[in-house]
Design a protein around this ligand. Structure first.
Ligand code: CP
Length: 319
């Protein structure tokens, strides 16, 4: 596969800086990789000889494993390092850790970190491509791209589609990245939830903001539930989880306000019985596990595109 003309980035830091054609390029490349996931022989040679290092300083199941599977499907070697098992726990800085990972031969680094801006920082001080796998409450670009991919698989063109994102928007990197991705693709994004977790200021970035659940769900083509991000909250934003669920949890009665063909999404991990009832998470309207599988193809596209640009840039620099 030749590098698409519309992709010239070595790093993937966020969706905010991407334009529509760049987003569409990732999704189109992901589409071609998606077909390979169901083949008996799944491996492609695209990243043969490359080493991808997953540097995950926060817990992860889906993102880390999907990047691992994606890299392996592209024939790369993959090494995953967790925060507690690395020398960061002995006081080493992130920059020193990542510089050592580069010196050990990494060709790409996939970073998850609690500090917003840490992938951008590493991209400025290292030579290897840096892929943001979630930085604090800032961005989670690969998640938004797989969400957009899943929506496009269902609806085709997203122009005019209403996507409601419900829950802890304030602390959610998924909400921020999805706002950029979906609005650039022509969808209208509604943020819903309690006023303490969905401030009106989000409307300045182009989202509709409502604290009225019925209004948030009415006419939505898709609803994406968000988990309460307890790990990022330093103060209490609602009286109790029970109260949150009784006011904003998606249950069968509230799901009846949705259009019959509306789909239910969740980036995971799900807190069953809190933001969503199990009967809905496991229903035929749920595309939650499709999101996970599509995440492999989207991460294959990201690794492939960024690695290809890095190789081309290396060739252009005379040694
Ligand atoms: N959606 C998501 O980021 O899940 P993980 O935290 O399990 O990677």
């Amino acid at each position: 596969m030749k590098k698409p003309a519309n992709w010239n980035r070595k790093h993937l830091i966020g969706i905010e800086e991407l334009d529509r054609t760049e987003i569409e390029t990732v999704l189109d490349v992901a589409r071609s990789f998606r077909g390979t996931l169901d083949r008996p022989v799944k491996k492609l040679p695209s990243l043969r000889g490359k080493t991808v290092v997953n540097l995950f300083m926060e817990p992860s199941t889906r993102t880390r494993l999907a990047f691992e599977v994606a890299a392996k499907r592209l024939s790369a070697d993959v090494i995953s390092v967790g925060g507690k098992s690395s020398s960061l726990s002995k006081g080493e800085t992130l920059r020193d850790t990542a510089s050592n990972v580069q010196a050990l031969g990494a060709d790409l680094i996939v970073l998850r970190h609690s500090s917003a801006g840490s992938p951008l920082y590493l991209s400025r001080v290292l030579d290897v491509p840096i892929i943001n796998a979630g930085d604090g409450a800032h961005e989670h670009p690969s998640q938004a791209l797989l969400d957009a991919f899943t929506l496009r698989e269902r609806f085709g063109d997203l122009a005019g589609k209403k996507i409601t994102i419900l829950g802890d928007v304030l602390f959610s990197r998924v909400a921020r990245s999805n706002l950029w991705a979906l609005s650039k693709l022509g969808a209208s994004v509604t943020f819903g939830g309690p006023a303490t977790l969905v401030p009106k200021t989000f409307s300045e970035f182009g989202a509709e903001v409502t604290h009225d659940l019925k209004k948030a769900l009415a006419d939505a083509d898709a609803v994406m539930l968000l988990r309460i991000q307890h790990e990022r909250q330093t103060s209490t934003h609602f009286p109790s989880l029970g109260e949150y669920t009784s006011m904003f949890g998606l249950n069968e009665a509230r799901a009846s306000w949705l259009k019959p063909d509306a789909i239910i999404m969740h980036p995971g991990p799900i807190n069953r019985g809190v933001e969503i009832d199990s009967s809905l998470a496991d229903s035929t309207r749920s595309v939650i596990l499709d999101q996970v599988t599509n995440g492999i193809a989207v991460r294959m596209a990201i690794l492939y595109l960024c690695s290809t640009v890095a190789d081309l840039q290396r060739k252009e620099v005379p040694s």
